[in-house]
Structures are given as structure tokens and as C-alpha cells.
Design a protein around this ligand. Structure first.
Ligand SMILES: [Zn+2]
Length: 289
């Protein structure tokens, strides 16, 4: 997810950043980058077989099974070496990643997915509404589109729909279609276990509204306003123990983790989740006016 921070950046500034970064990448022109998106953050075990392998701010999640691993989100275009190093530091084989999932098809979450897919042979499973976006590298994005490829494109090997189940080994993941931020944005619900108990985990795509979004309807996304309303409502009713999100800053990862080795209870925070939804709902209502 492109965070609320990003909503404060004007389009003029975005274009400026595009120009400044144009020399750095030949074909990929992500509108901007934040330093915290690529800043190192040591990988750690969140709960059971669920691990954090992302950067300081971009949430990338590894779920391990005896049949191979699932990776949710890959960060920006150059993030693959970081993710590989994190997976290996935790004692797993990067090549054992079998399934790739995304919380939504923006350049800060699927930037390295084509590279990871090529390196591991993993199956990319993408919600059907975001499949055209990953296939054209974000060129058809309803906000950022029309300025070339924003990330290396790739093909979805399986199209996901609301309430589909993704299975690998002993892990089952429920797909929750939470559209708005992109048409195919998704959250994921799964259960992991350690020696003491099981944890129902929500990896949420928090429905932040970008400044450039016209909730009355965008040419490439006429139902965007209705989709946000649906997502804000349906996310209120989810039942889970642990809450994580596309961006570490959305759920206060650093404040909760505090560098501890293993402390799943730190991520049990229903009140924080409700407060975050309240803030997003307020912003949605302001934008409606
Ligand atoms: Zn985004």
C-alpha cells in the first residue's frame, strides 16, 4: 500500500521525483521511493511458522511448511537480494518458495515479484482484478498509470477471488478481497501454531485513500468509492488474534517488536486495528464531501 504519507505528496512533486529517478532504472519508473522502504530490518519469527522478511517499512511475510514456503509481498524492484538474505538468515531455502501472494499490485509491494518468481519458479497467485495490473507492470493503474512500467510485469499463474483458499502443506490461507486501494487489493487470514497455542493471523491491506482518488469514480475505476465503502465496512467484522499489514508503520511493527526474539503476543492488538480503521474511515468520509 502506498501510505497516507504519500497522499501528501502533490502530483507535481511526483513528476519531479520521476524525472530524478529516471536515470537509475532504464525501464522501471516508480513514481517515488522512500528510504524506509529499502532500509534493513532484521528478519524475525512473528508467530509459529510465520516470519517477517521485509524492510523497515514494507511488510513481506514468509509462511513456511514442509512442502515449501509462501511469500506475501516482495517490496520494491530491487528487493530480492534483501528478501533472499532474510529467508536464509532464518534458516530456510529461498528456492523453496512455492507460492507468491500480494496485498495489492503497487510498485512497493510487487516490485520484485517477477524476479522472485523467475528465481524460485513459484506460482504467483493474484486477485483477478489486479491480474491486468501485474501483467502490464502497473501501466493501467487507475492513479499511477499511463507513464510506462512502474515495476517488472509478470503473469498470474492462478487468479484468486474473494473467499478462495490457498493451500500448501499444513497451511491454509483464506483470501479476502478488500478492493479500493487497487481493484484487486486483498487481505489474508491464516492460522499458525507454536508449542503453546494457535494464532489466527490477519495480514491486512488497510484501505488508505490516496489524494488523487476521486471517490465519485475514476475513468479506469468507476466503482472505487463503493469499493472503499464495502472494504471499510467488511474489515470491521473480521475475527483474528494477530494483526499485520502491508506497511510496518500501519500496525507499529517496530514499537511492538522491540527487537525481541519471539513474542507473538506483542502483535495481538484489536484496539489498534479498530483505531486504524476509524482513521481510514474518517479520511474516506472527508474525501467524500
Ligand atoms: Zn499501494
Amino acid at each position: 500500500m502506498i501510505r497516507i504519507f504519500f497522499t501528501r505528496i502533490s502530483f507535481a512533486m511526483l513528476m519531479c521525483l520521476v524525472c530524478m529517478s529516471a536515470g537509475a532504472q532504464d525501464t522501471i519508473k516508480a513514481p517515488f521511493n522512500q528510504e524506509v522502504w529499502t532500509r534493513e530490518y532484521a528478519p524475525f519469527r512473528i508467530a509459529g511458522d510465520l516470519y517477517y522478511v521485509g524492510s523497515y517499512d514494507l511488510g513481506c511475510y514468509l509462511i513456511t511448511t514442509p512442502e515449501g514456503h509462501i511469500l506475501i509481498n516482495t517490496g520494491t524492484v530491487g528487493s530480492m537480494p534483501m528478501i533472499r538474505a532474510h529467508v536464509e538468515q532464518l534458516g530456510f531455502r529461498f528456492e523453496d518458495i512455492r507460492i507468491l501472494l500480494a496485498t495489492h499490485a503497487h510498485f512497493d509491494h510487487v516490485g520484485a515479484m517477477a524476479a522472485v518468481k523467475a528465481a524460485t519458479g513459484a506460482q504467483a497467485m493474484i486477485e483477478a482484478h489486479d491480474a491486468p495490473l501485474v501483467a502490464d507492470g502497473g501501466e493501467s493503474d487507475f492513479i499511477f498509470g499511463g507513464r510506462g512500467k512502474l515495476f517488472p510485469p509478470f503473469t498470474a499463474d492462478r487468479l484468486l477471488h474473494d473467499h478462495d483458499t490457498v493451500r500448501l502443506g499444513n497451511i491454509e490461507i483464506l483470501v479476502l478481497h478488500h478492493p479500493g486501494h487497487t481493484p484487486g487489493a486483498c487481505s489474508y487470514l491464516t492460522t499458525v501454531h507454536d508449542d503453546h497455542r494457535s494464532y489466527r493471523v490477519l495480514i491486512a491491506n488497510m484501505p488508505s485513500v490516496l489524494d488523487e482518488t476521486d471517490l465519485a469514480g475514476m475513468p479506469a475505476y468507476p466503482n472505487v468509492g463503493q469499493d472503499y465503502a464495502y472494504t471499510l465496512d467488511t474489515m470491521r467484522h473480521l475475527q483474528f488474534d494477530i494483526w499485520l499489514a502491508s506497511h510496518a508503520s500501519q500496525f507499529g511493527l517496530q514499537q511492538k517488536h522491540k527487537g525481541k526474539r519471539y513474542h507473538p503476543a506483542a502483535f495481538i492488538d484489536p484496539r489498534g486495528y479498530a483505531k486504524a480503521l476509524d482513521a481510514l474511515d474518517e479520511r474516506y468520509r472527508k474525501k467524500l464531501k
